[in-house]
Write a protein that binds this ligand. Structure first.
Ligand code: FMN
Length: 339
């Protein structure tokens, strides 16, 4: 990565009058961006913000953070934590945003991108891109309800055309959004085809608020390319941040992390999952994340299989040590069958 790109990643950015120190942020990922992963990430640093897993707006005002498995955080994270919500009504979303502001989060993020049927059937997530007026009403209602930074994360829409996305970006800005994260894929596409970064450039040029580019940024070269090709103000990293939680630190500092970092990180991650969750949930979350962690190894598939068959975390810990004792070969790009 060129020094100029690294300098850019380390240049503070102002969002609605609040400053973030770095231009790389963790993308919201349900089942992955949990409190344990975020504690691991926080140990390395190098990011500007972390986005939480999506939370349902409907239950949020009454949600008990000591019981919820997603509306859960450490207070020390609040200055750099953004809570993402999904919902279909402006009233629910506004009420949830009020709770998020009262708790002291950095910001709130509105999910207009999730395309899984469970969410879309309830007219939430990417389904709202079919009813742009309703999406805009949600942004307006949240804007009226809170003064903390309001983000919108959205996709191209349901057809592969850039104009509707650009039009929506403009309308979100006019409705009071302070920043956008744009993932340039059509909604039914579950990451099979590459995202169209060119659309990010068009969105960026159409609005005055910061735009974070997202989608298939796995290496330093990808990061440099997305910035150069789109002119985005920052980059939102998803799966690669699960695979390599030090990625923010590595790319902003230029100091590479090697295989040893994996062993240490995996043991730390397991410790934290065991601390925060009951055993069955901890194991489910570990299996979900570990497939991404295994993806940057040549025989990562076999490595991950060992986790799937493990009876408990002592087995998993042994599998980790045994795998790394064999000096496994790392690859620059992830194995896309695992990603
Ligand atoms: C397992 C998983 C869960 C996700 N959950 C969410 C979510 O809750 N909210 C959201 O806006 N996007 C979600 N996404 C999409 C990511 O935020 C991101 O847009 C996508 O993974 C592309 O970025 P990447 O190529 O850097 O991973 C999820 C993605 C994955 C892989």
């Amino acid at each position: 990565m060129k020094q100029a790109t690294r300098d850019f990643l380390n240049t503070p950015l102002e969002i609605a009058g609040r400053r973030i120190e770095k231009r790389l942020v963790l993308a919201p990922m349900s089942g992955l961006g949990n409190v344990a992963l975020r504690e691991v990430l926080s140990g390395y640093g190098g990011f500007g913000l972390l986005f939480m897993e999506m939370c349902s707006a409907r239950g949020l005002p009454q949600e008990n953070r000591r019981v919820s498995s997603v509306f859960q955080w450490r207070d020390v994270e609040l200055p750099y934590l953004v809570c993402q919500i999904f919902g279909s009504s402006p009233e629910d979303m506004a009420a949830a945003a009020r709770r998020i502001e009262a708790e002291g989060f950095f910001g709130v993020d509105l999910n207009f991108g999730c395309s899984v049927s469970r969410i879309c059937k309830r007219n939430c997530g990417a389904a709202l891109l079919r009813t742009p007026d309703q999406a805009v009403r949600i942004v307006e209602a949240v804007r009226r309800a809170v003064s903390l930074p309001v983000w919108v994360k959205f996709r191209t829409g349901w057809e592969d055309r850039r104009e509707p996305a650009v039009d929506l970006a403009r309308r979100f800005e006019a409705a009071g959004a302070d920043a956008l994260t744009f993932h340039p894929r059509v909604a039914p596409d579950r990451r099979a085809r590459p995202p169209r970064w060119g659309y990010i450039q068009t969105v960026k040029q159409a609005v005055g608020i910061p735009v974070f580019g997202n989608g298939n940024v796995f290496t330093e070269a990808d990061c440099e390319n997305i910035i150069e090709q789109t002119g985005c103000d920052g980059v939102s990293l998803g799966r690669v941040a699960v695979a390599k939680p030090w990625v923010f630190a590595e790319w902003t500092s230029g100091t590479p992390y090697g295989k040893e970092a994996y062993v240490e990180m995996l043991h730390r991650f397991i410790d934290l999952l065991e601390f925060y969750y009951e055993p069955a949930r901890a194991m489910r979350l570990f299996r979900k994340s570990s497939v991404y962690m295994a993806a940057f190894f040549r025989f990562g598939h076999g490595f991950h299989k060992r986790f799937l068959g493990a009876a408990g975390f002592s087995d998993v810990r042994m599998a980790v040590d045994a795998f790394f004792d064999q000096a496994p070969e790392m690859s620059l790009k992830p194995n896309m069958n695992l990603f």
